[in-house]
Design a protein. Structure first.
Length: 133
């Protein structure tokens, strides 16, 4: 059985960015049919349009592509409740806890993220991997 993988927003942003080494690795991760949450897609649009001055139409095209190539899970009431328990247990930010909760509830074993502690394991199931180390 293969381990399901989840990608954080920063992986997607690097995949469409200009840093060639990071872009290549991020694109390879997305090519593996990873899981993302609706939060990741929405954050990607926001980061591209507001922080990187990418045309909103292009940011929306990126979102459409993610909807096609990734398994997308919704952030719902179960995800929010799980996130709240993760904040209490692991002292995560609310936004990071939503990412971790979505990955855990999706049955993922790997969370690709540059923003969280490389090697950290959540609930003996989900390991954070910084693919740029």
């Amino acid at each position: 059985m293969s381990v399901l993988e989840f990608a954080d927003t920063n992986i997607v942003v690097y995949a469409v960015g200009h840093h060639s080494a990071q872009r290549t690795r991020a694109m390879a991760i997305l090519a593996e049919s990873v899981t993302v949450s609706s939060q990741v897609i929405n954050e990607t649009v926001n980061v591209l349009a507001r922080k990187q001055n990418v045309d909103l139409g292009i940011a929306h095209e990126v979102a459409e592509n993610l909807l096609e190539i990734c398994q997308v899970v919704a952030v719902d009431s179960q995800t929010i409740r799980k996130a709240i328990s993760l904040v209490r247990r692991y002292q995560l930010s609310h936004w990071d806890s939503l990412i971790v909760a979505a990955a855990l509830l999706s049955g993922c074993g790997t969370l690709y993220s540059q923003d969280m502690q490389h090697g950290q394991v959540f609930e003996r199931q989900l390991k954070v991997v910084n693919p740029f180390i």
